[in-house]
Design a protein around this ligand. Structure first.
Ligand code: NAP
Length: 243
């Protein structure tokens, strides 16, 4: 059976590194993105340049109609999906909870939580012969991100619960659902939070004394996704330098 994977938010950061890594392992990859078409096409070109197969598909994974369209494109262009990496996510500028608007909180929850539910739903419908899903949560789910983005941390707490509940719900269908919880990874996400040098500020507090690279997260995602992890479901891999 050919392995066909969707990586949501595959145009940059952890998603891009994961798409490239999985393509090297022989997966046909759908690189989803929101607005960064050039970056998504660059990831596809990198994969094709190494002899792999990939397509880039624009879709807002927080939007139900977009998700339905995204999966139909995968059906017709690559075939029936076998693996899913739920990775797309946002964080908004650092702020205390007492300053947060409902609009902001809802945007974070819809983008980071509803999207994972919708993509799981569409993938599971197609995983008749079993399958494997990896959700990208965050160390923030454990740490809470006080005075920075508790809304984001709470959205990732929801992903941990989704992982646990869904893994039990679909285990008898031979679908595995696992989770990685990165922290302090060198991507552009920290600029979106308003502090591009956040890792530099915090690195003395990280036991390994450094930030992580997207490729280090990609390797753990690939392991959990693969048959090497065939007896692992409902588990969490923390990738936060010991924090
Ligand atoms: P990033 O560099 O900011 O990239 C975010 C990706 O998500 C981009 O590909 C972006 O697409 C896509 N995206 C955002 N909203 C989307 C939407 N509504 N629909 C479709 N795609 C959307 O982020 P990252 O640091 O690699 O983070 C990836 C995941 O790891 C996230 O779930 C994040 O919460 C988690 N994480 C990151 C860290 C860290 O330290 N970096 C730590 C813990 C957890 P465009 O390029 O088109 O905008």
């Amino acid at each position: 059976m050919n392995s066909i994977v969707l990586v949501t938010g595959g145009s940059r950061g952890i998603g891009a590194a994961t798409a490239v890594h999985l393509a090297k392992l022989g997966y046909a990859v759908c690189v989803n993105y929101l607005s960064n078409e050039t970056e998504a096409n660059n990831v596809v070109a990198k994969i094709e340049g190494s002899g792999g197969k990939a397509i880039a598909v624009q879709a807002d994974v927080a939007n139900e109609n977009d998700v339905i369209r995204l999966f139909k494109v995968i059906d017709s262009s690559l075939g029936r999906i076998t693996h899913l990496v739920n990775n797309a996510g946002i964080l908004l500028p650092q702020m205390r909870v007492c300053e947060m608007s409902a609009e902001r909180i809802n945007k974070v929850l819809t983008t980071n939580v509803t999207s994972y539910f919708l993509c799981c739903r569409e993938a599971i419908k197609r995983m008749h012969n079993g399958g494997s899903i990896v959700n990208v949560s965050s160390a923030a789910a454990r740490l809470g991100a006080p005075s920075e983005y508790v809304d984001y941390a709470a959205s990732k707490g929801a992903i941990d619960t989704l992982t646990r509940g869904l893994s039990l719900e679909v285990a008898a269908d031979n679908i595995r659902v696992n989770c990685v919880r990165p922290g302090f990874i060198h991507t552009n996400m920290h600029s979106d939070g308003g502090e591009p040098d956040r890792i530099e500020r915090l690195k003395k507090l990280i036991p390994l004394q450094r930030g992580g690279e997207p490729e280090e997260v990609a390797a753990s995602i690939a392991f959990l996704l693969s048959n090497e992890a065939s007896y692992i479901t409902g588990t969490f891999v923390d990738l936060a330098g010991g924090k």
